[in-house]
Design a protein around this ligand. Structure first.
Ligand code: AP5
Ligand code: MG
Length: 216
């Protein structure tokens, strides 16, 4: 089974993807996490992506498509993927369809996590992320057991560079202009299901899992 989690910045894609992927035996592939890992490793791709990410713009399609195609084709993704943050443009969605078809595969389900812009801003400014395992916390809504430390024993949590207010505003603008049209793209294909992402983490998780069970 191959699932896409759509939604604006801060919708809870990473939060839900981590647990749902584990529950359904899917490989969680977050394009944002992979790009941040490339940056940390100082690769050419990471260096190219940096300026786009820091100003809340999208990294060029050809770079992201090649990167994600590589991860989707790896043996650890053979049982299916849970895509988080990819695709983000129509060109990426079409390239993904072609890539999966080439592998004799397809998308089974697209879940759109709907959250109003005002809620998203508060979620992102209070977010704390683990740079090692990718776990996501919130100082109020989902605090770690020990202040500032990852529950997984990885060490200190960090504030993401692009969670500053001005960049958050630009990320939302980018989302509405370039990614939101994918809702119609997948609705036309009959793959789209919408979940109210403004509820609690557990309530959203239960809705996401029910949709995945239905698609299995
Ligand atoms: P990316 O890392 O994908 O960021 P994003 O889409 O902006 O989404 P976020 O990771 O910010 O939010 P999320 O939905 O995962 O929410 P989370 O679970 O963390 O992309 C970063 C950048 O990389 C892009 O701007 C772009 O430059 C580049 N990029 C990535 N993919 C690309 C692509 N395909 N093409 C081109 N460029 C690309 O939750 C947020 C907070 O809310 C957390 O604190 C969490 O604890 C809290 N929270 C979660 N759920 C709830 C809830 N139900 N109630 C209350 N709080 C909650
Ligand atoms: Mg995320």
């Amino acid at each position: 089974m191959n699932v896409i989690l759509l939604g604006p910045p801060g919708a809870g894609k990473g939060t839900q993807a981590k647990r749902t992927a584990a529950a359904f035996g899917l490989k969680h592939l977050s394009s944002g996490d992979i790009l941040r890992a490339e940056r940390k490793a100082g690769t050419e791709l990471g260096r190219k992506a940096q300026s786009y990410m820091d100003r809340g713009a999208l990294v060029p399609d050809e770079l992201v498509v090649a990167m994600m195609a590589d991860h989707i084709a790896r043996p650890d993704a053979a049982k299916g993927v849970l895509l988080d943050g990819f695709p983000r443009t129509r060109a990426q969605a079409e390239a993904l369809d072609r890539e999966l078809a080439r592998m004799g595969n397809r998308i089974d389900l697209v879940i759109d996590l709907a959250v109003p812009d005002d809620d998203v801003a508060g979620r992102l400014t209070g977010r704390r992320s683990c740079p090692k395992c990718g776990a996501v916390y919130h100082i109020r809504f989902h605090p770690p057991k020990t202040d500032g430390m990852c529950d997984g024993g990885c060490g200190a949590l960090v504030v993401r560079e692009d969670d500053k207010e001005a960049v958050v505003r630009q990320r939302l603008k980018t989302y509405h202009e370039q990614t939101e049209p994918l809702i119609a793209y997948y609705r036309e294909k009959g793959l789209l299901r919408q979940v109210d992402g403004s509820r609690s983490v557990d309530q959203v998780g239960a809705a996401v899992d029910a949709l995945c069970r239905g698609a299995q």
